[in-house]
Design a protein around this ligand. Structure first.
Ligand code: UDP
Ligand code: MG
Length: 324
């Protein structure tokens, strides 16, 4: 598709998952509203309320009433960031679809730059966080090492600092919608899908208001999802370790037999304890890893919908839910 037809495409969908963001929504809405005026495109702003307990749904329904560009999908409960984004993507009607956070850490001012790359013919414009203004040393270091580990373990390359702030073309969306796994790591999925991809880097500012919704527990869970969703290498590692320790144990058995026959003293308690603890520990770790994968199988075979909605406000009718 050439740049000319892209210019004539009309609708831009902006998908924004929000969870208890009552202090950010109005400011976010105003910034986006101002920025999109410069684009010469029609647009829809799709907020997905991820089971907020504050006044977020109320604010969204008010916005949806006031402004025909705004749609609000209210999820029945908290499904998590990745599923909230998925819900918004399922409902997006645009030729180009942008996903971004609602706390202004993904600057709306960058939207024209994303659209520009798309107009130049790219199907995926992925943003890469160069730094985050309010990220502590811990988050920065863990994030860095996580991506090193993830890329060592994963067959697809996942850009360090890749965020869920990106633009995708409708064609990419249509492929993405066919991927219905529960435990999802959207940045890996989009990387996997292919098409013509490009990157834009940015420095994430501080949250406008409120606090991060990601606890350490959620982050670890998300990190494990990223690895188990993309790689069988941990399972292979278990096999290789088994083979190597099997070989070593054969050598040890021969050594012990030799000592016995030759009448030499056989090393005692300390050696046995070290071996028992080491092997026991390794076995438990690998059982845990296998459990991680079985847990995912268990989750997926139930084939439950990815999410369900309590209400859909604003223009358009309910097209789909996660079952399709
Ligand atoms: N979010 C969500 N569901 C959740 C957690 C977060 O929809 O369970 C939204 C949140 O409202 C925000 C975006 O996802 O718009 C990113 O979350 P947050 O800013 O807390 O993450 P961080 O930037 O700290 O990684
Ligand atoms: Mg944030």
């Amino acid at each position: 598709m050439d740049a000319f037809t892209r210019e004539n495409k009309q609708l831009l969908s902006i998908v924004v998952p929000v969870y208890n963001e009552q202090l950010n929504i109005e400011k976010f809405y105003e910034e986006v509203h101002t920025v999109v005026q410069t684009l010469h495109m029609d647009y829809e702003l799709i907020f997905v309320d991820d089971g907020s307990q504050d006044t977020t749904p109320l604010l969204l329904s008010r916005l949806a009433q006031q402004d025909g560009h705004v749609r609000a999908l209210i999820l029945a409960r908290n499904f998590g960031h990745q599923l909230a984004i998925t819900c918004g993507m399922d409902h997006a009607k645009g030729e180009a679809i942008i996903t971004m956070d609602g706390d202004l850490q993904h600057p709306p001012a960058m939207i024209p730059a994303l659209v520009q790359q798309w107009r130049e013919g790219y199907d995926v414009v992925q943003t890469v966080r160069e730094a985050t203004a309010d990220a502590g040393r811990f988050k920065r270091l863990t994030s860095k090492w996580y991506y090193v580990l993830l890329n060592a373990l994963s067959p697809v390359h996942i850009t360090p600092g890749g965020s869920d702030f990106r633009l995708i073309d409708r064609r990419v969306l249509q492929t993405f919608l066919l991927f219905r796994e529960h435990d999802r790591f959207i940045r890996g999925m989009i990387g996997d899908i292919g098409y013509r991809q490009t990157k834009l880097s940015f420095v994430a500012p501080k949250r406008f208001a409120g606090t991060s919704k990601f606890s350490l527990r959620k982050m670890v869970h998300f990190a494990l999802d990223g690895i188990t969703a993309y790689s069988k290498i941990p399972l292979r590692l278990a096999l290789y370790t088994g083979v190597i320790s099997g070989l070593i144990s054969v050598l040890i058995i021969f050594h012990v037999l030799y000592c016995k026959v030759a009448g030499e003293a056989i090393p005692g308690w300390a050696t046995s304890m070290v071996v028992v603890c080491l092997v026991g520990g390794l076995q438990l770790i690998f059982l845990g890893i296998i459990g991680e994968y079985i847990g995912r199988i268990f989750q997926e075979v139930k084939r439950r919908p990815l999410y369900w909605l309590r209400a859909e406000l604003g223009s358009g009718t309910l097209r789909k839910n996660g079952t399709e």
